[in-house]
Every structure is written in C-alpha cells, then in structure tokens.
Design a protein around this ligand. Structure first.
Ligand code: DGP
Ligand code: NA
Ligand code: NA
Length: 210
C-alpha cells in the first residue's frame, strides 16, 4: 500500500515591512520549481465574511473592541483549518504569511493579557517551522515608509517586535530567527537551506496542534 507523504506547514512571522511577503513568495517559487506541490496562504484571509470585517477594521473604516477583533482574527484561522489539514494530508506544502503568533503579538502589544490572547489559538494545527524575520527598532524607524493601515506605526511595531521576541524564545524548538536587515538574496538562501532540511524530516512526523 502506498502512503501519501504529508506536506510541510511553514509559517512566516514578523512585523509589518519585515520582508515576509517577499520571502514567502521566493520560497514558494523555489519549492514549486523543484516539483514540490506548494500552496501559499496569507492571514488574515480577507475574502471570507469574517475576513471582510477584519479588512474594514484594518483600513480604519470600522472600530471594534480589542477583544472582539482578536477573536475575529482567530476565527479567521479556524474557518480555514479544515482546508489546511486536507492540503497537508494530501501532500501539499503550505507557505503561510502570518498565523497565530501575529494574533498574540499584535493584541498583546495593545495590552491584552498574553495567555488570554493565546487561548483561542489552542487546537489549531501547529506549524512544522516558523521563520521569524526579526527587525530592530532602528530599522523600523529608518524604514519610515509605513502605509495607512491601523497598525503601521513605529511605536506600535516596536511593541509587537517585543512580543514576537518573547514568543521566539518560548517556541525555540521550531522557530528560526533571521536578521531581516540582510539582503533579500542572503535571507532567501538561509531560509531555503532550513526549509530543505525540514522537508526531509516532516514526512515522518504526525500533524500536531498548538
Ligand atoms: P498583512 O495582510 O499580513 O499585512 O496583515 C495585516 C495587518 O494585520 C498587519 O498589521 C498585521 C495584523 N495582523 C495579522 N494577523 C493578526 C491577528 O491575528 N491579530 C491582530 N490583532 N493583528 C493581526
Ligand atoms: Na501589513
Ligand atoms: Na499576511
């Protein structure tokens, strides 16, 4: 009997403008070019009805209490869980731009309790690896080209970065930290070598949950 090897579940995390979007695209393109079935995803996934509420919140056209929007971001992950599980089980590798850790980092940065923030994420599928693109406060200040969305302010991003650092320390067994200030090419080659190692290993490991 032939057994389908499951895909890898890879997440990119980091502050806004840390280069996640570029790096997740480069990694997905590379894996596809090697014939590995790969699908890219992005949270928040703004097309669902919950995603549309999140989009209105992020673009400042809607205000919601911090706790309410926190639970909506979490619900947006839960509503895609079955799809994610099916893809992984049929052998597709997923490259996901943001996940539960953004949920905790952005809400805890507002002052919500860390453990409260983490609670609704429990039971979601656990990534095999998180690639954390770490930005220094200096580089955040120097970039100075934040957009118009709600969270795109230097002071807030530096608090988000502190929570990401805390999570990275706690979850060190599957988090890989990269200095986001290096060139996109260097970053891509470092990420690629870790991703290729991971792809060898995950087939033997059952899916786990947070
Ligand atoms: P992106 O589309 O990746 O640029 O994300 C949009 C913004 O939403 C960005 O500032 C990060 C923030 N964000 C992503 N996920 C969550 C979450 O689960 N909770 C909160 N509060 N913010 C999030
Ligand atoms: Na953004
Ligand atoms: Na994203």
């Amino acid at each position: 009997m032939s057994v389908v090897k499951r895909g890898a579940f890879i997440v990119f995390e980091g502050c806004d403008r840390s280069g996640k979007t570029t790096q997740s695209r480069l990694l997905a393109e590379l894996l596809k070019s090697k014939g590995i079935a790969t699908v890219s995803m992005n949270f928040p996934e703004r097309s669902s009805s919950i995603g549309q509420v999140i989009n209105s919140y992020l673009t400042n056209s809607k205000d919601l209490p911090d706790e309410v929007i926190h639970l909506m971001f979490s619900a947006n992950r839960w509503e895609h869980m079955n799809q994610i599980k099916q893809q992984l089980l049929k052998g597709t590798t997923l490259i996901v731009d943001r996940y539960s850790y953004s949920g905790v980092a952005y809400s805890a940065a507002k002052g919500l309790d860390f453990d409260w923030c983490y609670a609704p994420e429990k039971g979601l599928l656990k990534p095999d690896a998180v690639f954390y693109l770490k930005t220094s406060v200096d580089s955040l200040t120097n970039r100075g080209q934040y957009g118009e969305e709600r969270y795109e302010k230097v002071e807030f991003q530096s608090r988000v970065a502190q929570v990401f650092d805390r999570i990275c320390y706690r979850e060190a067994s599957y988090w890989h930290q990269f200095d986001a200030s290096q060139s996109a090419e260097d970053l891509h080659s470092r990420i690629t070598s870790i991703a290729e190692d991971l792809l060898q290993k995950v087939e033997a490991q059952p899916l786990d949950t947070l």
